[in-house]
Design a protein around this ligand. Structure first.
Ligand code: M6R
Length: 592
């Protein structure tokens, strides 16, 4: 999983500073190495292992000459993060340079064939076969564009590729299959990139080429060609996100900025009410709903199931995308399959969506405009969280929940719930204001090795999300359990060394949850409760309490109680000296 960018300027100015600025915006897609290639009578390549800023300090990308070029930020999938494995990769004769995002399943076969023909390789990546294959076809008389097309005929797996060649130095060519790629234009020139935030500063009119189409960018404009090389009529979409929306705006990390922005994300997503009603009307009657998602989006799906089953009385399943193949066999024309994904690019979810389209109505709830799933699903709700750069999903999660609450409220004609949603932004802001207190109490979790999160009913997905956030950025082992399930095994793990965080809002499950607090306290656990401010019973039964506005009851708790748990994870991470925006081994968009 990587970020790629290509640019050709209309005027003869140096492109490197623009490429560098664009690729910096894609660091959330990968950050183990970076590289840039530009054309200036010959192809110059600078690349190295490390994050963008460090590598730039060593190599000074902005010095590079030439008015067209390509750039790459890598998250290693095939081959370790090293200087040699950093992109761009070049062919043996140093005349073709390529950046690639994706995974080639048959690269070892291709590499062996090329080695037999006398080619040599400098890296251990799958990607290096691509420039060599392109060059091989160009030597047989193919144009750069046709050589790229011939090359992709040999590739198995996923790819978004941008290539330049010193034999055709006036253009960039790009194509994709199962990996994201956008083409964009602005005043200064023409761009290709993995994602829109890369180019927003320079270009806002965005085209999304279909699978296997080839985009050809020259100083005169953009052409998109189909697999036969015929012109495809393209349409662009104007993206109104501001570049500032993608910056930290004075906060030390994107994550805290994005947590603070959550009330805004809710307000903006509530603006989708009319669209959601229209979608519900168009979908018509369904007998069954199945949610499909991964990670945090899976937790949003569980809340969706609880809401729809309790309010609309429609049977709902929730399935992890990579485990959906058996459930998929039960989908039919009376099933609505709802896909939740902030990026709209998650490979596992996209593959399940491909299956669902064969039998059922499909709805995608997605944050990134113009992402793959927005093209692939029959119906689309776009959440309005704006760009999320921190790898840990925060505001996109709350925006997903908002869309789900609207969907469930409108589906079940529950006017009261819809009314209640209007109060949520204020509740979130109140919760965010408690961050100094949360920062203080988070210190006591820094040295924990295991932490348990408990919740019942609507609080169970809150616990799940709290635990996922903690483990992904603090690297502390965390488990979430439905509180009633603890006594069926995991209670054996509880002792005085294990902090237990209990989500206990006012509502139907309050009394039962209090009994579970007793259970863990009796085993010596240090209990932190997230509950209603001023609730004395909780205060008596726990070491610490994070107080939430008492008007927030269990049903809407996921939209508000999640916030302090995000803050706990954030502050424990800071206390431990880790970077919450770039957790190890993870990336923002999982296209493999
Ligand atoms: O883009 P998606 O919502 O489809 O991504 C799914 C998961 O990879 C994602 O939610 C992941 O679990 C979060 N980054 C965790 O914070």
């Amino acid at each position: 999983m990587c970020g790629i960018v290509g640019c050709i300027l209309k005027e003869n100015k140096d492109v490197a500073p623009i490429l560098f600025s664009c690729i910096s915006k894609l660091e959330y897609r990968g950050y183990d190495s970076i590289g840039i290639a530009t054309y200036d009578n010959t192809i110059n390549v600078k690349k190295g292992k490390g994050d963008i800023e460090t590598v730039n300090e060593n190599l000074n990308f902005e010095d590079m000459k030439g008015d067209l070029g390509i750039a790459h930020t890598r998250w290693a999938s095939t081959g370790r993060p090293t200087d040699a494995n950093a992109h761009p990769h070049m062919d043996n004769s140093q005349s073709v340079a390529v950046v690639h995002n994706g995974t080639l399943e048959n690269y070892t076969d291709l590499k062996e064939e090329l080695i037999e023909e006398g080619f040599t390789f400098k890296s251990t990546t799958d990607s290096e076969v691509i420039p060599n294959l392109i060059k091989k076809f160009m030597e047989k008389g193919k144009s750069l564009e046709d050589a790229l097309r011939k090359t992709t005929e040999k590739l198995k797996g996923s790819y978004a590729i941008v290539a330049i060649s010193k034999d055709e130095p006036d253009k960039l060519v790009a194509t994709r299959k199962d990996s994201p790629l956008i083409v964009a234009y602005g005043e200064k020139g023409y761009f290709v990139a993995s994602d829109t935030p890369a180019v927003l500063e320079y270009a806002r009119d965005v085209i999304r080429p279909d699978e296997c189409e080839v985009a050809v960018l020259t100083k005169d404009g953009i052409e998109i060609h189909d697999k036969n090389g015929e012109n495809v009529k393209w349409e662009s979409k104007y993206i109104d996100w501001t570049p500032e929306m993608a910056q930290k705006e004075g906060h030390p990390h994107f994550m805290i900025k994005e947590i603070i922005e959550q009330s805004e994300a809710v307000k903006n997503t509530l603006g989708q009410k009319a669209n959601i009603q229209k979608i519900i009307d168009e979908i018509g009657d369904v007998k069954r709903i199945c949610f499909v998602a991964c990670g945090t989006s899976y937790h949003a799906s569980i809340t969706g199931k609880y809401l729809i089953e309790s309010m609309a009385g429609i049977a709902c399943d929730v399935v992890i995308a990579s485990e959906s193949k058996y459930t998929a066999r039960t989908w039919d024309e009376d099933t609505l399959v709802i896909f939740i994904s902030q990026s709209g690019e998650t490979y596992d979810s996209r593959m399940a969506l491909k299956e669902a389209r064969k039998t059922s109505k499909t709805l995608a709830i997605v944050n990134v405009a113009g992402s793959a799933m927005t093209d692939e699903a029959e119906f689309v709700i776009q959440t309005q969280a704006g760009p999320e750069i921190g790898v840990a999903a925060t505001k996109t999660y709350i925006a997903q929940l908002t869309a789900i609450y609207l969907f469930a409220g409108l589906l079940s004609k529950n006017g009261e719930l819809i009314e209640e949603l209007n109060k949520v932004p204020a509740y979130i802001d109140e919760a965010v204001k408690e961050r100094e207190t949360i920062k203080e109490l988070s210190k006591m979790y820094t040295f924990a090795e295991n932490i348990f999160y408990l919740g019942r009913g609507f609080s169970y997905p809150i616990a799940l999300e709290g635990a996922l956030k903690l483990k992904e950025i603090t690297y502390i082992h965390a488990e979430a359990y439905p509180a009633g399930e603890l006594k069926h095994g995991p209670l054996a793990l509880i002792d005085e060394k294990v902090p237990v965080i209990v989500v206990v809002p006012p509502g139907e499950d309050y009394d039962k949850t209090m009994t579970h607090i007793e259970e863990v306290k009796a085993r010596g656990a240090i209990v932190l409760c997230v509950g209603a401010k001023g609730d004395e019973k909780i205060a008596e039964n726990s070491k610490e309490i994070i107080g939430i506005n008492p008007e927030v009851t269990d049903i809407i708790a996921p939209l508000v109680y999640t916030v302090p748990l995000q803050l706990v994870s954030y502050y424990v991470t800071i206390e431990k000296g880790y970077n919450p925006d770039k957790p190890r081994n993870l990336a923002k968009v999982i296209t493999v």
